[in-house]
Write a protein that binds this ligand. Structure first.
Ligand SMILES: [Mn+2]
Length: 505
């Protein structure tokens, strides 16, 4: 065994990758994404196949972000291929109103004669809507990855549900999992490839943990993007496509940010036609629009940050809490994300939404789930809380703000215990360590790059601080093979390196 394979095997072992799952971890195949469906998945597929056979009109109702739009686009492609007539619908026009299907957005499709509503990355939250659909004889199926509202009886494929074999798919990930069973056998391989590529963008954009099936989606999606001939994907694709740190950053800048910006400004047509349009000239106009939305979003963000100022850093061990009446509801998640990045602690940012409501967004750090403690602390003051444990939205009444602040500010994230032991690995030339490490990516939320430290260094404190910051600190191992710069020190060749790797959940 070479030192490089020894290092790789130690990392895989440390992450709990059993020998029998090693090949799907290292080089997944499409079959890895066609296994056991989340609960109710088979029933949902059956209903969609019937819609195809009967040539039904189907409202596909998506959330207004990259995840919702790409998930909707994948579902529309699949439904069209099996003979149904999909009609897209979104809750655009009022980003402050929060998640959930709105009646007025369903009406156009219902007038056209739709007999089925399929939600993507969102759900019906108002029982009145469910009742009205029932009355009209229109079926409702929901696909979502946010906690399922308990007051709705319609069936759902939701990977938060108990018994779901993989709880962390994003909305487009669920769409992809279902669509792979709907695409006709005779479709060209590009059908699957292009769906994989946009599901990959949504998976990265929605910041779900890069473990299990999400990891497979990203690995396969990046490969698919690299070989695609889809003119929409080509129109935004960065020059080099890879899972390296720089590669993922380029995907974020060139593809994910523009696709996420457009729906925030009410333009859902551009992300949909980006995927569904087959005419190359149309694609260049679409990509120009997407890029323009992204520029506008960056400009607005910049002026917003100057206007709202920088909130003060929270007390040690506390989360950050921020409300500014000047902060529009559609920017709360970006502001929260930026504050987390700047201060290294979880942050909840509130802005003003419509009708006396405040919309908040919490962004936490790996290993510091906050959603459930926020639900508990707010009790009935929360009009709505939805999202992942590490990234979720909150809606409250503005008149309750003082009480909301009082209840949320004592929240302190429970810091995970520092890792007691690292891995002892054979000393390798730095460039080889990097090659081994990067061959095990993609790294991101839920699956961070390994941390390195020297035996005898203050690794536990260091490890704790790094985890708390939630940032990856890849060791820069460039230059001479004789000395390795590490946490501001030079480590002589022949030292024993210890690798601290965050185990996957
Ligand atoms: Mn989502």
């Amino acid at each position: 065994m070479t030192p490089a394979t020894e290092l790789r095997d130690q990392l895989l072992h440390h992450w709990g990758i059993a020998p029998e799952t090693r090949s799907s971890f290292l080089s997944p195949t499409i079959e890895d994404l066609m296994g056991l469906l989340p609960p109710q998945g088979d029933r949902c597929l059956e209903r969609l196949r019937t819609a195809g056979k009967r040539r039904e009109k189907v409202i596909v109702y998506g959330d207004t972000d990259i995840d919702g739009c790409m998930g909707t686009a994948i579902m529309m492609r699949a439904l069209t291929l099996i003979g149904a007539h999909p009609i897209p619908a979104f809750g655009v026009g009022n980003p402050a109103a929060g998640p959930g299907v709105r009646w007025e957005s369903l009406e156009p499709g219902l007038h056209e004669g739709a007999s089925l509503v399929l939600t993507v990355d969102c759900a019906v939250r108002d029982p009145e809507i469910e009742r009205k659909l029932l009355e009209k004889g229109v079926d409702l199926w929901m696909t979502d990855h946010h906690p399922y509202p308990p007051n709705i009886c319609a069936p759902a494929v939701n990977c938060c549900e108990e018994g779901a074999h993989f709880p962390s798919l994003c909305g487009a990930g669920i769409s992809l999992r279902l669509a792979l069973h709907l695409f006709p056998k005779e479709s060209p391989s590009s059908t699957t490839d292009d769906a994989l590529a946009v599901a990959m963008l949504a998976t990265l954009g929605d910041a779900v943990p890069l473990v299990g099936e999400n990891r497979s989606i990203v690995l396969l999606g990046v490969e698919a993007l690299a070989r695609t001939e889809h003119s929409g994907l080509l129109s935004l694709r960065p020059n080099t496509v890879s899972i390296s740190e720089e590669g993922l950053l380029a995907l974020r800048r060139k593809m994910i940010a523009p696709l996420n910006a457009a729906p925030r400004f009410g333009d859902v047509e551009s992300p949909l036609s980006f995927f569904l349009e087959s005419d190359p000239p149309a694609h260049s106009a679409t990509s120009q629009r997407l890029i323009a939305h992204n520029r506008r979003r960056q400009r607005r963000m910049k002026s917003l940050l100057t206007r709202i100022g920088t909130p003060k850093k929270p007390k040690e061990g506390r989360i950050g809490l921020f409300f500014s009446p000047q902060l529009p509801a559609e920017f709360v998640s970006q502001v929260a994300g930026r504050l987390v990045f700047q201060m290294g602690v979880p942050f909840i940012a509130f802005g003003r939404a419509s009708k006396g409501l405040l919309r908040g967004s919490c962004r936490s750090l790996d290993g510091l789930p906050l959603r459930d403690s926020a639900i508990e602390a707010l009790g009935s003051l929360a009009i709505d809380i939805g999202g992942h444990p590490l990234a979720f939205g909150i809606t409250v009444k503005e008149s309750d703000w003082n009480e909301v602040e009082k209840r949320l500010s004592p929240l302190s994230p429970s810091v995970p215990p520092p890792m007691e032991r690292g891995l002892e690995v054979p000393f390798l030339p730095p460039s080889e360590i990097l090659v081994v490490q990067e061959s095990l990516g993609p790294f991101g939320p839920g699956f961070r790059r390994p941390y390195y430290s020297l035996e005898g260094a203050r690794v536990i404190e260091g490890g704790k601080a790094l985890l708390w910051r939630g940032e990856s600190h890849p060791l820069v191992l460039r230059g001479s093979d004789d000395e390795v710069p590490l946490m501001g020190r030079l480590i002589p060749r022949g030292s024993q390196l210890q690798i601290y790797a965050v185990p996957s959940p």
